[in-house]
Write a protein that binds this ligand. Structure first.
Ligand code: NAD
Length: 484
């Protein structure tokens, strides 16, 4: 594994760099931190611009054979990597890396890897359906539409699900016939390198490479002549990538942040709604793109809902990620902890009431889960993605007002509505979010797309149509004999 290759090039130097809280400006070596202890990981040097260029060149050389393998051939080779990932010892070592780099409880790290295994075969089926040519006739013309691989894809990932999230984009890109240069988050580079090594094990050289480093390495890759950028991360970085992509009209699939609302109507099953809010507001310490961040509860049920919510949140255990009783590990970085703390403090200074104890503590970057009510629109926490273990609770009297407030955000990733089915469904249709749950969370079940609306995404993934975002349709028109 090299600066450029996850599949067999001899390293001239270590693959890349890492950092977490304290990036040293302009330093080629970055140091990551175990977020549960604050102890630094050994440093890794960043990929140089030459490393990135070599990875892209290797990927370009490899794309012809990979394209010609066809979707079934590609799936067969990738399946060997997935089988390797399913090996208990391999999976456990990867889970330990996830936990040591970004702090999620080890059981959740194992579960994250399990989702990749479970999704593989459905992805293959969708890629097959997406790749199947269609033919149609009109007059004396037959038009055949096929879906061609774009070429070299840059896959750039975040740290919150450092295996599952990039795996979605890696597998979609690869199954649809692109070769890939992957840049994992600088917070989780060893996890990214390990994932790439596992998947690349059976692949021909150049089909999947991995370069690690910070945003500068990501920028170099985006500007390095790739044909597609498949990205998951923040809106701000998504916008920077979009600007850079304008130069060559590089195709984009951008999965970005969210500020998901949860609306609770009178007549909702409060036990189920509260259980969902506790799960989806605080899982992964709230570092989930589709985390519940804003809860809007009808005044009739607000008191009962909030009381049960507070009780549920008080039952959550914050602790070391290796402890089987831990529900919430630390936040992933000091910067993330500082961001969450700043939003909570801003809200409290402006009059919000904390219904649970507010505690940020170390060593490491721990935060106790927080429920805030009495929130008002001038507070940052109602507008900025918190990405931490905090939910706000607001009340409403009229459904129209709840819908307006739920939509009063530039984000539009997920949402949920709780109440009598017909009423909740009618409200769900008025929410400006790509994915909405009715008396449940959002779901990509049954081949539905993973999609953001407004600033939460551009292009989308999963689903048959989602797979086609990793390809370009080509129509070939032929004359057909009349009556033929
Ligand atoms: P981020 O935008 O800070 O970084 C993401 C990646 O982009 C990193 O690998 C980073 O090095 C790279 N990068 C930074 N600047 C770049 C540039 N100019 N060009 C190219 N690459 C660059 O995001 P993050 O903090 O790692 O992740 C958290 C964000 O991801 C949250 O906003 C979260 O909501 C979002 N997210 C979205 C989804 C989804 O499916 N929509 C899933 C997971 C996370």
């Amino acid at each position: 594994m090299t600066a450029a290759g996850a599949n067999g090039r001899v390293p001239g130097r270590l693959p890349s760099g890492i950092f977490s809280a304290a990036m040293i400006p302009d330093a080629p070596v970055l140091v990551g931190v175990d977020p549960a202890t604050g102890r630094p990981h050994p440093p890794l040097p960043c990929a140089s611009p030459e490393d990135v260029a070599a990875a892209v060149a290797d990927a370009r050389k490899a794309r012809g054979r990979w394209r010609e393998a066809g979707v079934e051939g590609r799936a067969a080779v990738l399946r060997r990597g997935i089988e390797k990932l399913a090996d208990p010892a391999v999976a456990e070592s990867l889970a330990e890396r996830i936990t040591s780099e970004m702090g999620k409880p080890i059981a959740k790290a194992r579960a994250e890897i399990a989702t990749v295994l479970a999704r593989f075969e459905p992805y293959v089926e969708r890629a097959k359906a997406a790749s199947a040519p269609t033919r149609a006739r009109e007059g004396g013309i037959e038009v055949e539409v096929t879906y061609r691989p774009l070429g070299v894809a840059a896959v750039i990932g975040p740290w919150n699900y450092p295996v599952a999230t990039p795996a979605n984009l890696l597998l979609s890109s690869l199954l649809m016939g692109n070769t890939v240069v992957f840049k994992p988050s600088e917070v989780t580079p060893r996890t990214g390198l390990a994932l790439a090594e596992i998947l690349a094990d059976a692949l021909p050289r150049g089909v999947l490479s991995c370069v690690v480093g910070g945003g500068d390495v990501g920028r170099t890759l985006v500007e390095g002549g790739v044909d597609l950028v498949a990205f998951t991360g923040s809106v701000r970085t998504g916008q920077a990538i979009m600007k850079a992509a304008a130069e060559h009209m590089t195709r984009l699939v951008l999965e970005l942040g969210g500020k998901d609302p949860m609306i609770v109507l009178p007549g909702a099953d409060l036990d189920r709604a509260v259980a969902f809010a506790v799960q989806q507001g605080f899982a992964n310490s709230g570092q989930v793109c589709v985390a519940v961040e804003r809860i809007l509860v009808h005044r009739e049920v607000q008191g009962a809902f909030t009381e049960r919510l507070v009780a549920g949140v008080e039952n959550l255990t914050v602790g070391p990620p290796g402890d089987p009783d831990t529900d919430l590990g630390p936040l992933a970085t000091a910067a993330q902890r500082d961001h969450v703390q700043a939003l909570v403090e801003d809200a409290i200074l402006r009059g919000a009431r904390a219904r649970t104890p507010v505690r940020f503590f170390g060593p490491g970057f721990f935060a106790a889960p927080v429920v805030l009510d009495d929130v008002t629109p001038e507070m940052r926490i109602l507008h900025e993605e918190t990405f931490g273990p905090v939910v706000t609770v607001e009340s409403f009297d009229e459904v129209d007002d709840a819908v307006e407030r739920a939509n009063a955000t530039p984000y539009g990733l997920g949402a949920s509505v709780w109440g009598p089915d017909d009423q909740a469904s009618a409200v769900a249709e008025r929410i400006e979010a790509g994915m909405v749950g009715v008396n449940r969370g959002i779901s990509a079940a049954a081949g539905a797309p993973w999609v953001g609306w407004k600033k939460s995404g551009y292009g989308y993934a999963r689903s048959v149509e989602g797979m086609r975002q990793f390809a370009v349709p080509q129509s070939i028109a032929r004359n057909v004999a009349s009556g033929g």
